[in-house]
Design a protein around this ligand. Sequence first.
Ligand SMILES: *[C@@H]1O[C@H](CO)[C@@H](O)[C@H](O)[C@H]1NC(C)=O
Ligand SMILES: *[C@@H]1O[C@H](CO)[C@@H](O)[C@H](O)[C@H]1NC(C)=O
Ligand SMILES: *[C@@H]1O[C@H](CO)[C@@H](O)[C@H](O)[C@H]1NC(C)=O
Ligand SMILES: *[C@@H]1O[C@H](CO)[C@@H](O)[C@H](O)[C@H]1NC(C)=O
Length: 510
Amino acid sequence: MTHIEFLHLPAELILACLADLPLDDLDSCLKCGNRTLHEVIDNSVLLRYRRAQDRAGVEENPCVASNLGISDRLAALHSREANWSQLTPRSRHTIAGDLRTGGLYDLASDTYFVGNVADPNTMSRTGIKYVCTSPMVEPSQWRMIDVGRSIIDFGTALEEHDMIAMVTYTPFGSNASIDVQLLNLSTGAPHSLAAHPTLHIHDVEQTRGRPGISIEIVGNNLALSLVYWDDELGDMDTFHLYNWKSGAARMDTLAIYSTGLMFLATDIIVIPNTVEATLDVLRIPEDEAEVPQFLRTFYLPTLIAGNAIVSMQCRGVPNPRLSTKRPSRAPFLSRPADSILLFFLAILNPSVVNNLFLVLDRARFLALVDIPSEVDNLDVPWEEWGPPCARWLDATDISMQYITTTAGQRMVTIPRDAPLSPAPIRLLDFNPANVEAQRKRGVSHGVRVVGESTLDLAPFTEPVVSCLPYVEVTSEEQFDYAAVMINDENIIGARFADRSLSSLEVLHFG
Ligand SMILES: *[C@@H]1O[C@H](CO)[C@@H](O)[C@H](O)[C@H]1NC(C)=O
Ligand SMILES: *[C@@H]1O[C@H](CO)[C@@H](O)[C@H](O)[C@H]1NC(C)=O
Ligand SMILES: *[C@@H]1O[C@H](CO)[C@@H](O)[C@H](O)[C@H]1NC(C)=O
Ligand SMILES: *[C@@H]1O[C@H](CO)[C@@H](O)[C@H](O)[C@H]1NC(C)=O
C-alpha cells in the first residue's frame, strides 16, 4: 500500500477534508507552522467565509444566500459589518402606522406586531396587526389576525414554528378564563402541531383585574408567567410550563412575584426572582416523565435596605431553537448561542424608582450554569459569577417603551425625551472580535470601547464591577423617535401620535 501524506494531497482534497472542521481546529491548523497548510486555508474563500460568519456571530440565511456565489456572500457580510460598525444605514424606508393601534407591541425576527384597537373607548384588542420590516420591492402591507376575544398579550416563535400564541381573557359570569391560542402566523389558523390549539391556563375572579404576562416558546416548551398586579393576594401569580404540542403541563405551577422569564438554552429557563434579588435557573429534562428542577440561584449585587425590585423584564434575542422553519428575510441571522441577554430592572427605594439594564453574555453565563451539579452550594453570590459576564448600565434617561432593543450581540438606545429634543442613537456592540479590532484602532469619531468599569448605582450597597466590554457607536444624525428597536438587519424607530403608532422608520444595514 502506498503511503500518502495528508499535505501531499491536492489542495482541493485537503480543503474538502478541512471544510467541516470546527473553527477552533481550523485555527490550530493555521497555527501549526506549515506554510502549505496555511496557504490552503487562507486562500479558500469558503473557509474565509465560515470564519467571517463566526467572528460576526451570524449564520447565513439559506433562503437568501443560495442565489449568490461564496465570494459575493463574503463581500455582503463584510459590507454589512462595515455599515453596522459605522452606524451608516444602506437605505431607509418608512412604514405608515395606523391610528387604531396600541397597547401591545413586539418585534420578532423581521416582523413588527402591534395591538389592533377596535374600540378606542375600551382600548380592548381582539386582533394583532403585523408588518414585515425588511426593505421590499412593494411597500410593506399590514396584515391582521383577529381571534374574536380580548388579547392581553402574545408571544411568537416565528423562525422555529411559524407560530403566534395569543393570551386571551374571556369573561364569564363573575370570572374570566385565561387561555393561550396557538396559531400559525402565516394563516391565522390553529397551529397544525398543537394537539389542542387552546391551552386553558386558569379561571380567575374578574375583581382581580387583568394579569401582566411573559410568554416564550422554544422547542416543545411554552413558558408563561402571570402576575395580577392590582390584586393584593398574589396567590394567582404563577409560572406555568407546558409541552404545547401535547397540551400537557410539564410541572406544577410555581409561585412568582414578577413577570419576566427567558430561555437560556432550549432546555434551560431563567426566572428572575424579585423578592430574593436572584436569577433562578430551571432545567427541563427531555424525558417528559421527569420533573424540571432548579439547578442554581445566581444572586444580584446586594441591595441597600429599603430598596426593592419592582419588576425585572428580560429578553435574549434570538431565542435558542432546535430548527429553523421560517427564517426571516435578513441575509444573516444572529446565532442564538452568541447573543446577549438583556434584563431591565425597576428598583424602588421609598421615594424614587431607579431603572437599570443588566446585560449578560449568554455563552459565559450558560457555562456557569452547566457545571455538573454535584456541588452542594447551589447559591452563587454576585461577586463569584457576575463581573466577568456582566455589564450594568444606568437606564434612567433611556426610552423603555420596548424591551426589543437587542438582536444578537447588538443593543440600541435613544434618550427618553428624543421626541421633544432629537438625539443621537447609541449602538452597543458586545461582539468580542469587534471590541478587539476597535481597541487596536483606538478612539475614533463617535466610536469608543468601554472596558472594565465600576459604577456606583444607587440601589446597591457596593459599587458594581462590569467586565463585559463593548464598542459604543454614537450616530452623528439626531432622531426624534419615541423608541428604537433592532433586528438582524435593521434599526427601527417608532413614532407615536396620541397612543397609536404613527410610523416606523427603518434604517437598513443588511
Ligand atoms: C509542510 O508539510 C509538507 C508535507 O508534510 C512538507 O513537505 C513541507 O515541507 C511543510 N512545509 C513547511 C514550511 O513546514
Ligand atoms: C454603508 O452604506 C452607505 C450607503 O449605501 C455607503 O455609502 C457606505 O460606504 C457604506 N459603508 C460604510 C463603511 O459606511
Ligand atoms: C402554516 O401554514 C402554512 C400555509 O398553509 C403552511 O405552509 C405551514 O407549513 C404552516 N406551518 C406550520 C408550522 O404548521
Ligand atoms: C371562579 O374562579 C375561582 C378562582 O379560580 C374559582 O375558585 C371559582 O370556582 C370560579 N367560579 C366559577 C363560577 O367558575
